[in-house]
Design a protein around this ligand. Structure first.
Ligand code: ADP
Ligand code: MG
Length: 225
């Protein structure tokens, strides 16, 4: 097993609308090692989400190379991308994207079932994660019956349910008040560390960034030295 979980080389992405082209990523070089929690810092519009979508194999249209766990995934077809996403990557978004008709535990069980985990094992894992996040009394609650911070913690549990080696978080606490954001973020970090995953966390919050192992600053489409 390589110690390098993520390697980005000369990653480029531009968007064209009409006759206007903007170069959002202009040659991003970056890497994450096993177990590192790294902030991706940059102002709004600097390309953080664009970069995470590339790394998460959610969007095509990039130039450059992406290696995940030693494998060059750049030329993967749709089914290989989906497989890598399911087996190796967990996502936390700013807005949780929980399934509204499923309760908390079901939202955390589902990605495990998709991955092929048996129902009983998936439920046990989900209850353990949600318990650690302080949601032991909220397992049967639908998202609409949970507070914003609670919803975001369910999203954290969902992202970690399959024990991904790489966690991608896009402004994971961006819609929470400061105190709640700090609490959710601490729990996120503690779970990621316990599991030994690497995490890349996009944020424009310098205070949260300072609590991670390392900071990557996205500026003018590149990572600042
Ligand atoms: P951040 O997450 O750092 O706020 P984004 O990655 O969302 O930044 O956006 C970076 C730039 O790329 C912005 O100027 C945005 O308008 C543009 N952009 C992002 N996605 C698209 C898209 N699908 N089509 C056109 N422009 C886009
Ligand atoms: Mg963004």
């Amino acid at each position: 097993m390589s110690d390098m979980i993520l390697e980005l080389t000369a990653l480029r992405r531009s968007f064209t609308q009409g006759d206007v082209t903007i170069d959002v990523l202009r040659g991003v070089d970056a890497h994450l090692k096993r177990g590192e929690i790294v902030a991706l810092l940059g102002p709004s519009g600097s390309g953080k989400s664009t970069m995470l979508q590339a790394v998460g194999l959610l969007e095509g249209g990039f130039d450059g190379t992406i290696r995940i766990d030693g494998a060059d995934v750049t030329q993967y077809d749709q089914s290989e991308r989906t497989k890598t996403r399911r087996e190796k990557i967990g996502f936390v978004y700013q807005f949780h994207h929980l399934l509204p008709d499923f309760n908390a535990i079901e939202n955390v069980v589902l990605p495990q079932l998709i991955r092929g985990t048996a129902q009983a094992d998936a439920e046990e894992r989900a209850a353990e994660l949600l318990g650690r996040l302080g949601l032991g009394e909220r397992l049967q609650h639908k998202p609409s019956k949970l507070s914003g911070g609670e919803q975001q913690r369910v999203a954290v549990a969902r992202a970690l349910a399959n024990r991904p080696m790489l966690v991608l978080a896009d402004e994971p606490t961006g819609n929470l008040d400061e105190a709640t954001a700090d609490r959710v973020f601490d729990q996120f970090v503690s779970l990621v560390r316990d599991h030994g995953s690497a995490a890349l966390v996009a944020t424009h919050n310098e205070r949260l960034a300072a609590r991670m192992d390392r900071v990557l600053r996205l500026h003018d489409g590149r990572i600042e030295a």
